[in-house]
Design a protein around this ligand. Structure first.
Ligand code: CMC
Length: 431
């Protein structure tokens, strides 16, 4: 953050207040209002944080108008095309691409932590079989703080490191266990000879009764889904993790808070909601009806998988995933899948519709990830848990950055109070 020597002047009741302006390395300047209340006695009002930078960060940069997403400066399409998930995890966590030796060391550290405490198996059995895997995930990740006491002290950098590696390593195992539990199959232990994505597919789809070979095209597509969801700067769940951890809460509790936030259909839940919407539409001839509903202000229906708070041109993640979706569908021979036909037709209709053009509503990453995961054989209820396991590294990187920042203080937004002013209590007989 550079002091630009520029400032903004706020005039209020005849008094002027100089507000410093900072320049980021990329993106718009920010007006520093930290002293505004102390000096002028007013708050700013910005529900939904549409114009407010809640922190400074060096991890991820998004230019929504250009459709650009950079992790530590590297464009997401280059990372998705040339790198792989664990290398991107390293980049997000430590700031630079690893050397071969650093990557090997990191992979060993992660794979050493892939198993969960055996007693956790009993914990799973407390859930109903029909529990949504996200419900299980929130509970079990939160419960990690009851199992891993040696990585709870957030003031100790070594413990923070161990917690980070544990979460990255165990989330696939926990997500796969939530899935296996929901379908009544035995838990499958991780295999450290497989890469991160292949191991996850193995834990989800293998059974003790027969050999399971992970198809490299599918594990590559899974790796891409993970890579493309790894971080997305200060979105709702990441901000939730930051806010939760600003109080000094332990990392497992904070990540559980992030998972809870991600679950909502306006955020990570959109991939499930998108697939359910495609199924509800069912056939291509019903698309116009749903497009009209999406445009109707009196109808709460929205086209799931379309639109984004930040991307107002194109979602660069969606571009990469569209290609993966084509590869996976070709491999699995489901080009004639009616769901996909609806998806393709819907995409074209919306892209050419004046309402969607004018409001800059494009297919987002969830539109294509849902299609790929469906083709791989995942039930829709597993879509958001997969998003959660990939985003865990982003949450942890942002959490680590925040804890190490000497300026870190508890998050405490203000409000515009519109309720009653002080009034006297009325006894119940007089109400
Ligand atoms: N279908 C129809 N109309 C829409 C849609 C949509 N999917 N998205 C936005 N609009 C309209 C909205 O009604 C509003 O119209 P008006 O200006 O007439 O009031 C205008 O576009 C702007 O929308 P907004 O709600 O003010 O925009 P936002 O930035 O607050 O919302 C969003 C962003 C992603 C929540 C929203 O586009 C949406 O609900 N999309 C569907 C859910 C979805 O796919 N979410 C996944 C986001 S990507 C994954 C992730 O990062 O979690």
């Amino acid at each position: 953050m550079t002091d630009t020597q520029k400032s903004a002047t706020l005039t209020l009741d005849g008094e002027s207040y100089e507000l410093p302006i900072f320049s980021p390395t990329a993106g718009p300047d920010v007006v520093d209002i930290r002293k505004l209340y102390a000096q002028a006695g007013v708050f700013t009002y910005d529900p939904g944080f549409t114009s407010t930078a809640s922190c400074d960060s060096t991890i991820t940069y998004i230019d929504g108008d250009k459709g650009e997403l950079l992790h530590r400066g590297y464009p997401i399409d280059q990372l998705a095309g040339k790198s792989h998930y664990l290398e991107v995890c390293y980049l997000l966590l430590y700031g630079e691409l690893p050397t071969a030796a650093q990557l090997e060391d990191f992979e060993v550290r992660v794979t050493r932590h892939t198993m969960v405490h055996e007693q956790m198996h009993n914990f799973f059995r407390g859930f109903r079989r029909d529990a949504h895997p996200m419900a299980t995930l929130v509970g079990v990740v939160g419960a990690m703080s009851a199992f891993y006491h040696d990585s709870l002290d957030v003031t100790d950098p070594w413990q923070r490191e161990v917690a980070a590696v544990r979460l990255i390593a165990k989330l696939p195992t926990i997500a796969a266990m939530a899935y296996k539990y929901s379908i009544g199959q035995p838990f499958v232990y991780p295999r450290n000879d497989l890469d991160y994505a292949a191991n996850f597919l193995h834990m989800c789809f293998s059974v003790p009764a027969e050999e399971y070979h992970v198809n490299p095209i599918l594990s590559r597509a899974m790796d891409r889904i993970l890579t493309l969801h790894a971080d997305h700067e200060q979105n709702a769940s990441t901000s939730t993790v930051r806010l939760a951890s600003s109080s000094g809460a332990n990392p497992f509790a904070c990540i559980a808070a992030g998972i809870a936030c991600l679950w909502g259909p306006a955020h990570g839940g959109a991939n499930q909601a998108c697939l359910e919407m495609l199924k509800e539409i069912g056939t291509v001839d019903r698309i116009p009806e749903y497009i009209e509903r999406a445009k109707d202000k009196n109808d709460p229906f929205r086209l799931m998988g379309f639109g984004h708070r930040v991307y107002k041109n194109t979602d660069p993640r969606a571009k990469v995933l569209k290609q993966s979706a084509d590869e996976v569908l070709e491999l699995l021979g489901v080009e004639n899948n009616p769901l996909l036909q609806v998806a393709k037709e819907l995409e074209q209709t919306a892209l050419n519709d004046p309402y969607f053009i004018e409001k800059k509503l494009f297919p987002n990453v969830d539109f294509y990830s849902g299609i790929i995961l469906e083709a791989m054989g995942f039930p829709t209820s597993m879509f958001t848990p997969i998003f959660a396991l990939s985003r865990t590294v982003g949450w942890i990187s942002q959490w680590k950055e925040m804890i190490a920042d000497p300026q870190n203080k508890i998050g405490r937004p203000r409000q515009l109070y519109l309720g009653e002013t002080m009034r006297d209590y009325t006894d119940i007989e007089q109400r």
